[in-house]
Structure formats: C-alpha cells, structure tokens
Design a protein around this ligand. Structure first.
Ligand code: PFF
Length: 453
C-alpha cells in the first residue's frame, strides 16, 4: 500500500479538521442526553467509574485500531476489512464486520434522529418562551405532550434526516468539515456556562456527590454492560464510523495523540453535562432515574427561572441539535461511502437512498413513544430494543472483533508502522490492551450478563 494514496472521497484539510470531525462524531446526544440519564438510572458514581475504565482500557485502544484500519486502506469499512484480511492472508468473512457496522449505523441513526428531533422541537419551545417561569410539573407536561404526538415527532425526525443528508451529500470538506469547525467550540462554552449556573442552585454538592461518589452495591450485571456499551457508543467505535473518518486522514498525522485528545474531550463533555444536570435535578426535587426525558425535564426549569434563561435555552438546544448533527453524519457515512465506492452512485443519490431507509426505520421509534407504547418485545419498547441491541450488543461485538483483528491478525509490522508511536513502550502498551485486555473485558462482561460469571 503506497503512502501517497488518497480516498476517492478526498481527505481532511488538516489535523485539526480530523480532530474536529471525529470529536464531532464522538460528542453528541450520547454525552449530553444519554450519559446523564443512564448514569441516573444506574446509581451514579460506581457506574461512572466503570464507564471511565472502559473508555481508557477498551475504548482508546479500539479507536486507535479503527483509525489505523481506515487510513491504511482508504476505503469504506466493508472494503477496508476485505482489503486488510487479504493483506494478512486471513479469512474473507472478516468483511462481514464491515456489514455489521453499516447496519448498526442505520439502526442507531433511526432513533438518534428522533431524539435529535426532540431537541429541535425544544429550540422552538425555548424561542417562543415556553419555559418562562415554569415549574417542574409544567415542564413535564410540555415533554409528555411532545412525545405523545406522532405528527410532531415525525415532522422533526424528517427535518433532522434531511439536514443530516444535505451535509453528507456535500462531501468531506465543504460539508462535514465546515459544519464541525463552528459547532464544537461553541458547545464547549455553553456547557461551562451551564455548570456555572448549576453551582448557584444550592444542590451542587448533592449533584456532584451523586455523580462521583461510588456506591458499588447499586451495580448490576446489566449496568456494567450499559457502562461498557456506552463507552463504545459515546466514542463512536465498533461500527466503522471512526474507520471511515480515518480513511480521510492524511498519512503524516499521529493517530495515538489525536485519539487521546478526542477521547479526552468526549469524556470531559459527558462529565460537564452531568455536573450541569444533576444539581438541577436535585434542586427541583426531580428523580435522577427519570429515563430518556431527563434533560428535557430538567434543563428547561433552569432556563425558565434564571436571568438570561431565554437566550441560554435557545442556544443550548441549538447546540444540542448541532452536536447531534455532527454525530449523525458519521453514522451514515460508512453506508454512503460504500454506495459510492461499490454501487457507482454519486454522493447525492447515495444520501437519498440511505436517508429514506433511515427515515422509515425511525418511524418504529416515533410510534414506540405513543401509539405503540404498549408493545413490548423482550420486555422493551422498540426504542429501548434498538438502543439495547446497538449500544449494548452490536457495538461491543464489533469492537471485540476489531480488537482481535488488530491484535492477532494484522501483521505487527503494519500496525507498528501505521501507529508510528514515538515511544516504543507506547506501542507495547497498545498491543497488550488490544490483544488481551480489550477483548477479554468485553467477553467477561458478556459472560457476566448471561449469568455465567
Ligand atoms: N458518539 C455519538 C454520541 O455520543 O452521541 C453517537 C454515535 C455516533 C455512535 C457515531 C456511533 C457512531 F458511529
């Protein structure tokens, strides 16, 4: 494989562009919407520790592996796995790993877009002053009213899919890169302002204690799985999104440093979101285990009662939509890249096709909050099932396979050359994590969940 080869889709214009795009993919609803509510449902501190360990010991090494796979072949994840397995003289079936990733991308985006739709609806609510002077029960009614209405949810879901696809259709530099350059820095500033507000609520200490004081008696097998699944979800790994972004990465950029920076920023955003939300939850007498509606039921109370709350409210939900957009584009990019490379479509056609499929799948999630809310499969609604299947099963299984391939199948000289770490100890540490620690950890968590351990 020559060093000068570029992807047919082009490449990032700089290291910063890749960092922003990959951070944009990582930082999203997972950090601001999902992390606080699953931490709330799983008892807080102890859950957070397991999640942090998973990010460091499993997430970071796998993210490095994915980036390096993509950069080595400069192709979509399906072709990447095909090319890499040919190069390593391994079984051709490895390319199914790429397929699994593309399917996971469709499934995740289908519900991600519905939740991003909630955030979009809240931009309008904030703008029209719906939170003004509202108490917890009025805010609750606002939320219940939204999710009970299939028409409203379909409207916002459709809008979000169209927005995602229009960015992806424009391509790497003028679409994805341009969007994230502006989105990511503003999000950070907003979160810090919100944490500052949370400090004034009087329940800051209680919130911080809930988030950081571990009580291991609250951990169940399922919460360990949720914490691990979330590490995959929040870092966008295990399904080829980072792989496809890696395929647009210029050769001379250090993968290890870049990945540390991305994972660090992602973790910081999640913790800041928790530090902003839990104090407000306790100050308003709400339940931390309120589930997926948590931030929609808490933050508006803060916005409705603080000075400048109108502006903060509008800005916050705009940021949330933007954070979701910079993630959703990476969820569908593997499929779009495959359609362009293998099915001779142009980007626009590829986006129209994948947009329609995702939109249709998304209806399942829309209805699971209202007309089909009584329907349960394996004790879960369609939304809960999609979330569990993707975050807790498909991504960890994908990540497990990526780790095995990187540690045991890919030739050492190839991974050493791609990662090009300045300190040989760094490579050794990565090799141990990716060959033993990450696969064993995923495996043990699965054994624990099925009750063998
Ligand atoms: N990392 C995103 C978030 O935390 O919201 C979600 C996500 C994006 C998951 C891309 C997977 C992915 F490939």
């Amino acid at each position: 494989m020559t060093d000068t080869k570029k992807s047919i889709h082009g490449q990032w214009s700089s290291r910063l562009a890749f960092i922003l795009a990959a951070t944009g993919s990582a930082v999203g609803l997972g950090n601001i919407w999902k992390f606080p509510y699953i931490a709330g449902e799983n008892g807080g501190g102890a859950f957070v520790i397991i999640y942090l360990l998973c990010v460091l010991l499993i997430g970071v090494p796998i993210m490095m592996a994915e980036t390096m796979f993509g950069r080595r072949t400069r192709q979509n994840p399906i072709n990447t796995m095909k090319t890499l397995s040919e190069e390593a003289g391994a079984d051709k079936n490895w390319h199914y790993l790429g397929w699994m990733g593309v399917i996971a991308g469709f499934l995740i985006l289908s519900y991600y877009s519905v939740i991003a739709g909630w955030a979009s609806a809240y931009v309008l609510k904030a703008f029209t002053g719906s939170f003004f002077d509202a108490d917890a029960s009025e805010i609750q009614e606002l939320f219940d009213g939204l999710i009970a209405s299939p028409v409203q949810l379909i409207f916002w879901h459709s809008l979000f899919i169209v927005a995602t696809m229009s960015i992806v259709a424009r391509g790497i530099n003028t679409g994805i890169e341009k969007a994230v350059r502006f989105l990511m820095p503003s999000l950070f500033v907003m979160l810090i302002l919100l944490v500052a507000y949370a400090m004034t609520t009087g329940s800051y200490d209680q919130g911080i204690e809930f988030l950081f004081m571990p009580d291991f008696s609250k951990l169940t097998g399922d919460s360990v799985l949720t914490a691990m699944g979330h590490a995959f979800f929040t870092l966008s790994i295990g399904m080829g999104a980072i792989m496809v972004y890696g395929s647009y990465l210029p050769k001379d950029i250090s993968i290890s440093k870049t990945v540390f920076l991305i994972a660090g920023t992602d973790t910081a955003v999640a913790l800041l979101a928790g530090m902003a939300i839990f104090p407000i939850v306790f100050a308003s007498g709400l339940e931390p285990a309120a589930g997926p509606g948590l931030i929609f039921q808490t933050l508006p109370i803060a916005f409705g009662n603080m000075t400048g709350g109108w502006l903060f409210g509008v800005l916050f939900f705009v940021m949330l939509v933007f954070a979701a957009l910079s993630s959703s584009i990476s969820l569908i990019e593997p499929a779009v890249a495959w359609l362009v490379e293998n099915k001779d479509m142009d980007r626009k056609q590829a986006c129209i096709w994948s947009g329609w499929i995702t939109w249709l799948l998304g209806l399942g999630t829309v209805f699971s909050f209202n007309v089909w809310s009584g329907f349960r499969l394996f004790d879960r609604t369609i939304f809960e099932l999609l979330d569990y299947l993707t975050a807790n099963l498909l991504l960890p299984i994908g990540g497990f396979c990526i780790a095995v391939f990187a540690g045991w199948i890919m030739k050492q000289q190839h991974s050493e050359k791609e990662l090009d770490m300045p300190n040989p100890l760094g490579y050794q540490a990565w090799k141990i994590l990716i060959s033993y620690v990450a696969p064993a950890a995923v495996f043990l968590v699965f054994l624990h969940v099925v009750g063998v351990l």
